[in-house]
Write a protein that binds this ligand. Structure first.
Ligand code: AVI
Length: 302
């Protein structure tokens, strides 16, 4: 049984059914996510981009190279590379197609050395190629918010353990805002986020022989105030049974039972320096977008 089938089976066997959010991003899912970033309701990516344009000229000049976790197409990275003119740029992404787009988008701004790998493996690979000069690591777009808190801290420590003195991380966090505004961002009127979420079931059908009827599930975004996170779910509209051939598995759904597919944690700007210190970084600067509360942070390897 392949890894995808194993993880789907394990997730759907839990009392609160869940599916790992990394599987939202196949080619169609990635294209739908790109569409999300331009939705009027989803201000996060525009805030990230405004801040990067604003802060790029203020960044310290001591970085000879830049690396980026989850570079995607690299579009948002342009102002940072233009300001720093690094010798080398290491985009790290699992998607070959995204790395190719990134190489084309940023051609001429740096020596681009794509690394197709998960974040931490990619950092190890970059460390084998880098020189002794300080590196700026980018982790943009509040992707850190998609980790649950324990995994977030483990990830930040694993990254820190691979950084050298003088290296720094520029990391974006989406901030808490009016609940209605947050809910709209994850349940837009045109239904793009719903399609992004439902595509996960379609992917199970395509790749591992599921027989999910997509119309029998509804996209749902809820704000979990205790955990300070938006949760995306897929709610079964009816009582039904679904089978997944390659997972050798049948799964029963009660009416209104949900599959939890993603969390997007929201933060308070004041707690970010504490998160930095608790994980071995020294917070050096913070920039906040007022239009769509979002914080970009520069943390040094302490
Ligand atoms: C990639 N990540 C930061 C997005 C977010 O806002 O959590 C993923 C997303 N899911 C639904 N809309 C956007």
């Amino acid at each position: 049984m392949n890894q995808f089938a194993c993880e789907v089976r394990a997730g759907l066997n839990k009392p609160q059914k869940e599916l790992p959010s990394k599987y939202l991003y196949d080619d169609l899912g990635s294209a739908l996510f790109d569409a999300i970033t331009v939705l009027p309701e989803y201000g996060l990516t525009r805030a990230d981009s405004r801040l990067l344009h604003r802060l790029a000229p203020e960044l310290p000049r001591d970085f000879s190279s830049v690396a980026e976790f989850g570079s995607g197409s690299g579009l948002k990275t342009r102002p940072v590379l233009s300001a720093l003119s690094p010798q080398t740029y290491f985009p790290i992404d699992v998607s070959h197609a995204a790395l190719e787009r990134c190489r084309r988008e940023l051609a001429g701004l740096s020596d681009i050395q794509p690394i197709q790998a998960s974040y931490i493996d990619g950092l190890d690979c970059m460390n084998r190629r880098r020189d002794a000069q300080p590196i700026l690591l980018l982790f943009l777009g509040s992707s850190i918010g998609n980790f649950d808190s324990p995994c977030r801290d483990i990830f930040l420590r694993q990254a820190r353990a691979r950084m050298k003195p003088g290296d720094a991380m520029l990391i974006g966090f989406d901030l808490e805002k009016q609940v209605e505004k947050m809910l709209d961002a994850y349940d837009d009127a045109t239904g793009v986020t719903a399609a992004f979420n439902l595509n996960l079931l379609a992917r199970i059908n395509r790749e591992i022989g599921g027989d999910f009827k997509l119309h029998a599930f509804a996209h749902q975004a809820i704000y979990n105030a205790d955990e300070r996170r938006i949760e995306m779910h897929l709610r079964s509209r009816i009582e039904q049974t679904v089978t997944i051939a390659a997972a050798e598995f049948g799964c029963h759904f009660r009416e209104d039972e949900t599959i939890w597919t993603e969390s997007s944690h929201k933060f308070d700007a004041d707690e970010l320096p504490e998160i930095a210190r608790a994980n071995g970084y020294e917070p050096e600067a913070q920039w906040i977008d007022e239009e769509w509360p979002f914080a970009e942070n520069l943390w040094r390897a302490a």
